[in-house]
Ligand binder design. Structure first.
Ligand SMILES: NC(=O)c1ccc[n+]([C@@H]2O[C@H](COP(=O)([O-])OP(=O)(O)OC[C@H]3O[C@@H](n4cnc5c(N)ncnc54)[C@H](OP(=O)(O)O)[C@@H]3O)[C@@H](O)[C@H]2O)c1
Length: 308
């Protein structure tokens, strides 16, 4: 597995992460198989959130982990807090951050998180409260590294003014189909296409300038969790282009779609959500793929994007 050394963050982390959002659907035995399979492929980094299955994903992982034969220190556990769907609110208050971490630790059956991310912005967050929560979590040893998810530039800047700890990750939606994270630069101030809309104040470039590693979520999905574009007959041109490179490289189309994310010079991680060990193995072949500059554009255009 290819690895990254995160500036101010954990070292030797895999470029592919095992997402655990879909783990509530599994039995404990099956979850243990998924965890161990990922680890054996070099993917020792697991992404959680308090809201996945309303805590069920973390519970399943915590119950399954002892069956894997792995030690706590063998793996990197990341969780997120702030989305409280059950209360119909997003909450970055100090109290909620601290309670959420305690609940995650209890469900995961561990005494520390390697990484804590604030999930989507709380529209009325007070950065002083986040700063105080992070200080307490760091001091108590409950969290080693901090970051965010779905947070645009200005809010990152606001947080950074108050929070002492480096924010080392920003988890964002990014796939061949959902590439709006990078599209805008092509069309700048053009009035004729939505691609010119600046949706996040240049978050990718801000992250690159500030050593914040982007973790791309839903790397194979189209729309907002509408399904997978790989092998989907509604995406014939994209699948044709994926297939051509897959055949050339001797890997699956899933590997090529994942490699397209990893080819971006921002040095992102890709979070795969598969609960199928064979699919995870296919995706991990992404690290064997060499995409040329031209291959990258060819896939981008095959996904329906267009150049000015
Ligand atoms: N920060 C956020 O707001 C946010 C939002 C969403 C997700 N996430 C994170 O991102 C992770 C990934 O999200 P995701 O599950 O939507 O991403 P994904 O990897 O794009 O999609 C996974 C889904 O695709 C299916 N799939 C079908 N064919 C596949 C193939 N050939 N290879 C791989 N998967 C295939 C999988 O089913 P099988 O299990 O049958 O393979 C699974 O249901 C989540 O687990 C979570 O950790 C974060």
């Amino acid at each position: 597995m290819k690895t990254l050394n995160i500036v101010n963050g954990p070292k030797n982390v895999p470029v592919i992460i095992q997402g655990c959002m879909r783990m509530p659907a599994l039995s404990v035995d099956k979850a243990a198989e998924v965890i161990r399979n990922a680890y054996d492929l070099g993917v020792n980094f697991y992404d959680h959130a308090t809201c996945y299955g309303n805590g069920e994903a973390e519970t399943r992982f915590g119950d399954a982990f002892p069956l894997t034969g792995l030690r706590r220190e063998d793996v990197i556990l990341q969780s997120k807090c702030g989305l409280r769907f059950e209360r119909k609110e997003f909450d970055w208050t100090e109290e909620n951050i601290l309670v959420s971490v305690d609940e995650s630790l209890s469900r995961l059956k561990t005494d520390y998180l390697d990484v804590l991310l604030l999930h989507r912005p709380d529209l009325i967050f007070e950065p002083e409260q986040v700063a105080s929560a992070f200080d307490k979590l760091e001091k108590s040893g409950k969290v080693r590294y901090f970051g965010v998810s779905n947070v645009p530039t200005m809010q990152l800047m606001l947080l950074k003014k108050y929070v002492r700890q480096p924010l080392v990750f920003n988890q964002l939606q990014f796939s061949l189909d959902q590439s709006q994270l990078i599209d805008q630069a092509l069309y700048v101030n053009n009035k004729t296409t939505d691609m010119s809309l600046d949706r996040d104040n240049g978050t990718v470039d801000y992250c690159r300038l500030n050593d914040i590693t982007i973790q791309a979520w839903s790397p194979l999905q189209y729309g907002f969790f509408k399904g997978v574009f790989v092998d989907n007959p509604d995406f014939p041109v994209l699948n044709g282009a994926l297939n051509e490179i897959a055949e050339r490289e001797g890997v699956s189309k899933t590997a090529v779609a994942t490699a397209w994310i990893l080819r971006h010079p921002a040095k992102m991680q890709a979070i795969l959500g598969t609960m199928n060990p064979a699919h995870m193995k296919d995706a991990c072949d992404a690290v064997k793929v060499t995409l040329s500059h031209h291959d990258w554009y060819k896939l981008y255009l095959a996904a329906g994007k267009f150049l000015p």
